[in-house]
Design a protein around this ligand. Structure first.
Ligand code: UDP
Ligand code: MG
Length: 316
């Protein structure tokens, strides 16, 4: 039995050694062979040379260097494609997904679960803003999305070969792995944990990247925003009919001449706003359709150390 551990890293030079040591310590105590697959997501610091050294020293370390920064979800996908294990664990390389929890994940897998998901109850060093936006994001998602997306869901999880092979058939660009895995079915179990602060460095998720991930999540799992645009349009249409009735009433029934320019201006601005919002929503989806129909590869690598060919068992 082989366990694969997949870790995306982006400018994590100060964490790589610490992470490697902790994982090695935990894994040597388990009764399984393992491979540690690092995916370097276009780091510009010394991460890639540190990983090269590790791969030279330890043949269980496999390193894939992506040609540029593709983002966390794509880096994870790349690692999953190259994993050969009977079960695979994905985790962050900054110690926020504690390696000490691996034996517990493995135990739940041994009990017969296909997917072990972890739920982050809280993050010790999360800013007030991040905790707040994350909490409400999940709440809104759950109202809108067709599949349940658990609050605090993280990309720290274990999947067995069966679940992984199914996941690998999902090749969309705008990927929100948490949602896809939740939608796979099979026997899933949850494990709660508190994420410790980052060991070193700062979060690699810029506000821009967070907004992108959030929008990918919404657009990939829900068409409610499109419907919402229609409802708002209907409401404002109705409003304008009421306004016309009011204007006709005033015109025929009262002798006073009303200038009415304010109402007109408000109506124009209001309707203009609604139309732009609706167009924006359509644009969000259209942009994603455009990305998908191009059928571009999800990622491409520039180098790999100790790695074998991607695992293609899912296509058989
Ligand atoms: N990461 C990545 N590509 C990116 C951004 C982040 O591979 O474009 C990696 C990063 O190195 C880390 C993991 O994804 O191992 C989670 O990122 P981070 O800790 O910055 O996110 P946070 O914990 O703040 O949500
Ligand atoms: Mg982190």
């Amino acid at each position: 039995m082989l366990l694969s551990i997949v870790v995306p890293v982006y400018n994590e030079e100060a964490n790589i050694l610490k992470f490697y040591q902790s994982v090695t310590e935990v894994m040597t105590k388990l009764a399984y062979d393992y491979e540690l697959i690092y995916v370097d997501d276009g780091s510009t610091d010394s991460s890639s040379s540190l990983l090269h050294e590790l791969a030279d020293r330890d043949k269980r370390v496999k390193v894939l260097l992506l040609a540029r920064n593709f983002g966390h979800q794509i880096a994870l996908t790349c690692g999953l494609d190259y994993a050969h294990g009977d079960a695979v664990i994905t985790m962050d390389g900054d110690m926020q997904h504690p390696p000490a929890l691996i034996p517990e994940l493995v135990r739940l897998w041994e009990e017969g679960n296909d997917v072990v998901r972890t739920i982050r109850d809280s993050t010790e060093d999360a800013s007030w803003m991040k905790a707040f936006t994350s909490k409400y994001y999940y709440k809104v998602m759950n109202i809108m999305a067709n599949v349940p997306i658990v609050e605090g869901g993280s990309d720290f999880r274990l999947m067995n070969r069966k679940a992984l092979n199914t996941l690998k058939r999902f090749r969309e660009h705008g990927r929100f792995l948490r949602g896809i895995v939740g939608d796979l079915g099979y026997k899933q179990v949850e494990l709660h944990f508190v994420a410790p602060p980052r060991f070193a460095g700062v979060s690699k998720f810029s506000v821009r990247k967070m907004i992108h991930l959030a929008l990918d999540g919404v657009a990939a799992f829900s068409t409610v925003p499109l419907r919402l645009a229609m409802y708002v349009g209907l409401a404002s249409g109705l409003l304008s009919i009421l306004m016309i009735l009011h204007i006709l009433f005033v015109h025929f029934m009262s002798a006073t001449v009303v200038s009415g320019w304010a109402t007109l201006a408000v109506a124009i601005f209001f309707l203009g706003g609604v139309q732009l919002i609706a167009l924006g929503i359509i644009g969000e989806y259209l942009g994603r359709v455009f990305e998908e129909v191009k059928h571009r590869p999800l990622y491409w690598t520039k180098e790999c150390y100790n790695c074998e060919k991607p695992d293609n068992t899912h296509t058989k």
